[in-house]
Design a binder for this molecule. Structure first.
Ligand SMILES: [Zn+2]
Length: 107
């Protein structure tokens, strides 16, 4: 057996400090969105799919660029339609020039 090199120390199992077991705990305060607003949302008389969509928007869980980047699913959050700004909920529904053009054309 070659003994020129000392044995390597074991690799840490998790090298990302944010994902260490001590940082994985999540409390109700860490969840995005107003709890009161979410409670009112579920009491609305509207189709369940609309409630679920709005809940996902309040919880920052819609698959828009900014949320996907935050979850390390995509490397950039740039809007894939206009390539001008970060794709957020408000950008894609209210500010994106491409989305505005589509809305105008559909009326
Ligand atoms: Zn855009």
């Amino acid at each position: 057996m070659d003994t020129d090199h000392p044995p390597r120390p074991p690799r840490p199992r998790n090298q990302n400090p944010d994902m260490s077991p001590t940082n994985r705990t999540c409390s109700i305060q860490d969840i995005p969105g107003s709890i009161e607003l979410k409670q009112r949302l579920w009491k609305m008389k509207s189709p369940p799919k609309l409630k679920q969509f709005l809940w996902r928007m309040l919880s920052q869980s819609l698959p828009v660029g900014s949320n996907l980047k935050r979850r390390h699913i995509t490397p950039d959050a740039l809007c894939k339609r206009c390539f001008q700004e970060e794709e957020t909920d408000s950008h894609i529904f209210f500010e994106c020039p491409y989305a505005k053009m589509i809305r105008r054309a559909s009326v």
